[in-house]
Design a protein around this ligand. Structure first.
Ligand SMILES: [Fe+2]
Length: 358
């Protein structure tokens, strides 16, 4: 715990209602950049069907645009913390190639890591709750409360938009922090203290075993404000009897959630088909609005997701990350080659659905 929280200054403390992301947080790919991406895809495909861990910057070479992707890491850490990459002509690519391009771009920015005990390196954010028993948040439909994931950079590529809704909503953790500083410094101080988080049982079982961890929601230890507020983990700990939350701690979480959803603070981003969003997961919380979907799995709203580690960034304070970095490798033991290839994923979902119906 620090002695006394102070307001955060700098570009990370933005108010959504005062910025236009199209002017201040969007890069539209030029014809030359798209040509470079196409050449990288052709290079990659010459190797045959390459599995995701082998899609490295060398296998997906971007002689010029690779520099942009590497610099983006600094921009995400030191600037506002978000970027929307627009202009990839979605309709020009087969679905599986879109996955390869997305992963290849991500590999130029950071190190893709497993997103759960399933070991998937490329996640599919889609409502398959009618197929998967105990579907997790990213495999369910509906809205999502503001939260953070467990990685340095979280990214989404929109493959298929919803019929309506499903807008990506983000908020600056620093802006939420500063609002608490002004209105409820007592609650802010509580958020610098430790909460007990309880992660998903299987993530623990297939990882290094521990289920609960003491985590601070705000920290300044890395030299800048970092935030980890998983939507359900602190409440899961209380429900399971791992911890008792003081009334002040509970109020602090509620107030943080309320401020995060204030229209003055949040920013709604329309991620259109082919767009890629990159967020600094340490400094930005994300959620989404509810949406109307289609019945057929192959037609549903579908985003691909990357979780990236940024080895060049200062390490996250030990009492803030839920997973220690070694965890991702343990989860990879569950992974089977090429399982994230979109067409294979959809075939697997269709198989499971047919099995359920039989
Ligand atoms: Fe998330």
């Amino acid at each position: 715990m620090i002695d006394r929280p102070t307001p955060v200054e700098g570009p990370a403390a933005w108010l959504g209602s005062r910025i236009d992301y199209r002017k201040e947080g969007m890069h539209v790919l030029s014809a030359e950049e798209i040509a470079e991406i196409d050449a990288a895809l052709a290079h990659l495909r010459a190797f045959g069907e390459m599995d995701f861990p082998d899609i490295t910057p060398e296998a997906f070479p971007l002689p010029t645009f690779g520099g942009f992707m590497r610099r983006l890491g600094d921009e995400l850490r030191l600037g506002r913390g978000f970027l929307l990459l627009r202009g990839l002509p979605r309709e020009h690519y087969a679905l599986d190639d879109l996955g390869r391009i997305y992963y290849g771009l991500g590999a130029h920015l950071g190190q893709p890591v497993a997103q759960s005990y399933f070991g998937e390196l490329l996640g599919h954010v889609i409502d398959v709750s009618d197929v998967e028993a105990d579907a997790r948040g990213y495999h369910k439909g509906g809205s999502q409360r503001m939260h953070s994931d467990n990685c340095d950079v979280v990214s989404l590529m929109c493959v298929r938009a919803a019929v309506s809704g499903g807008i990506s909503r983000i908020v600056s953790a620093a802006a939420v922090h500063n609002r608490l500083f002004e209105e409820r410094p007592d609650l802010l101080e509580a958020l610098y203290g430790e909460y007990v988080f309880r992660r998903m049982e299987r993530d623990a079982e297939f990882g290094s075993g521990y289920l609960t961890k003491r985590v601070v929601i705000f920290s300044r230890e890395s030299g800048q404000l970092t935030c980890n507020v998983s939507g359900s983990y602190p409440h899961r700990a209380v429900r399971a009897g791992d911890a008792v939350m003081t009334p002040l701690q509970a109020e602090a979480l509620d107030e943080m959630a309320r401020i995060s959803t204030s229209p003055e603070l949040y920013l709604d981003m329309d991620i259109a088909e082919g767009d890629i969003q990159f967020l600094n997961n340490r400094t930005i919380l994300h959620g989404r609005t509810g949406y109307e979907d289609r019945a057929d799995i192959g037609e549903r709203r579908h985003m691909m997701r990357l979780w990236l580690r940024m080895p060049v960034w200062p390490p996250l304070p030990a009492n803030q990350g839920m997973q220690d970095p070694g965890e991702y490798k343990l989860w990879l033991r569950q992974r089977t080659p090429l399982m994230e290839v979109p067409s294979r994923y959809f075939a697997e979902m269709a198989r499971q659905k047919a099995e359920l119906a039989a």
